[in-house]
Ligand binder design. Structure first.
Ligand SMILES: Cc1cc2nc3c(=O)[nH]c(=O)nc-3n(C[C@H](O)[C@H](O)[C@H](O)COP(=O)(O)O)c2cc1C
Length: 189
C-alpha cells in the first residue's frame, strides 16, 4: 500500500506539514509505504492549455511534474494537504492540479485510465485556515473533489481546521494531531 502525501504550503514545518506528517505516520504504523512531495520545492509550470496532452495523454512541459505524474500513478492513497490561501488551495497546489489536465485528457479524450490502471484509489484532503468561518473550506474542497473525480480516486473525507494561523498553532489544538494520526491509520485499512 503506497500513500502519497502532497503538501501545498510554502511554510516548511507549518500547520499543514505537521498534520500531513501525522496522517502519514498513522498510515506507516499500519505498514504502508509513505512518501511526501513538497510542491514549494518543485518547479511546476502552470498548464499552458496547448492541448498537446490530447494526443497521447502526456504533458509536453519538461519539469518536476514528470516525477509528479509517476508518483500519482504509483499511489494507492493520495493525501492532498494545503492551507487556505484567499479561500482556495495554494497556488503551488493549484498549479499541480491544473497540470492533471493531461490525465483528464487520458480519461475523457483518449478513453484510457487516468492513472494507468484501474486499481482502487482513495483520497483525503487536509487543510487549515486562519479564519474561524465554518464554510471556509468549501471552495478548496470543490477543487479537490473535482480532481479526485477526474483521477477516479474515491474521496474519503477531509480533515479541516479553521482558526489556525500562527506557524505551529495546530500543535496546540487539543486533538488535531491525534485525529490526523488515526485518520492515517484508517486510510490504509
Ligand atoms: C497568501 C495567504 C492567504 C491566506 N488566505 C487565507 C484565507 O483566505 N482564509 C483563511 O482562513 N486564512 C488564510 N490565510 C492564513 C493561512 O491559511 C494560515 O496561516 C494557515 O495556518 C497557514 O498554514 P501553514 O502553516 O500550513 O502554511 C492566508 C495566508 C496567506 C499567506
Amino acid at each position: 500500500m503506497r500513500v502519497l502525501g502532497i503538501t501545498g504550503s510554502p511554510r516548511r514545518g507549518g500547520n499543514t506539514d505537521l498534520l500531513l506528517a501525522e496522517v502519514l505516520k498513522g498510515a506507516a504504523s499500519r505498514g504502508a509505504e509513505v512518501k511526501t512531495i513538497v510542491l514549494n520545492d518543485l518547479d511546476i509550470t502552470p498548464c499552458q492549455h496547448c492541448d498537446a496532452c490530447q494526443k497521447k495523454g502526456v504533458c509536453r512541459i519538461k519539469d518536476d511534474m514528470r516525477m509528479g505524474y509517476r508518483q500519482l500513478e504509483q499511489a494507492d492513497r493520495l493525501v492532498l494537504a494545503s492551507p487556505i490561501h484567499f479561500m482556495a488551495v495554494t497556488a503551488q497546489m493549484k498549479a499541480m492540479i491544473d497540470r492533471c489536465q493531461a490525465l483528464w485528457a487520458r480519461k475523457y479524450v483518449l478513453k484510457m485510465p487516468p492513472l494507468g490502471d484501474r486499481r482502487e484509489r482513495k483520497g483525503l484532503f487536509v487543510s487549515v485556515g486562519g479564519r474561524k468561518v465554518a464554510d471556509m473550506f468549501e471552495p478548496a474542497l470543490a477543487v479537490v473533489k473535482a480532481l479526485f473525480r477526474v483521477l477516479d480516486i474515491t474521496y474519503v473525507g477531509a480533515l479541516t481546521y479553521p482558526g489556525i494561523d500562527e506557524k505551529g498553532a495546530i500543535a496546540k489544538h487539543p486533538d488535531a494531531l491525534k485525529q490526523a494520526f488515526l485518520v492515517g491509520q484508517k486510510l490504509v485499512e
